[in-house]
Design a protein around this ligand. Structure first.
Ligand code: SF4
Ligand code: SF4
Length: 133
């Protein structure tokens, strides 16, 4: 992961490369764990947090190039490549929060932020499941 402040990003559009489903360790909240339990033993327990299991280096739900639980995917996937923090520098400030973007995501274009990028961030901030650390 290579997070940069949102002000250095022109736009973002998912190109469906599947890289994040391979490279990320997807953390699940306790609410998400309860919700996804119906899919069986899909969790890996860390010392403190719970993650989705991986099979052959990819998320257990990544099948035939797509997410098998797309409408139900954890918030960590919904918000990727955006990260929301309560503290940070001036360049990351956004309406009371600090927003970073993983520049390793191939859908990220660097430059001056467009309105569509701002809209995307605003919409994510409206999501009640969003966790800000
Ligand atoms: S790495 Fe970025 S572009 Fe590729 S699937 Fe994930 S969000 Fe989409
Ligand atoms: S839950 Fe879906 S979107 Fe999230 S990492 Fe797994 S396959 Fe990718």
């Amino acid at each position: 992961m290579k997070p940069i402040p949102w002000r250095r990003v022109e736009k973002w559009k998912c190109v469906r490369c599947g890289k994040c489903c391979e490279e990320l360790d997807v953390m699940v909240t306790s609410e998400e764990e309860k919700r996804l339990r119906k899919f069986g033993d899909v969790f890996r327990r860390g010392k403190v947090l719970v993650y989705l299991k991986k099979i052959d280096g990819r998320c257990i739900f990544f099948r035939s190039g797509i997410c098998a639980i797309y409408p139900e995917r954890p918030m960590a996937c919904v918000k990727y490549p955006f990260y929301f923090r309560s503290t940070g520098g001036e360049e990351s400030y956004f309406g009371g929060y600090h927003v970073y973007v993983d520049s390793n995501c191939p859908g990220v274009v660097l430059g001056h932020p467009t309105e569509s990028l701002v809209d995307t961030i605003q919409n994510l901030l409206k999501n009640e499941r969003l966790i800000i650390v």
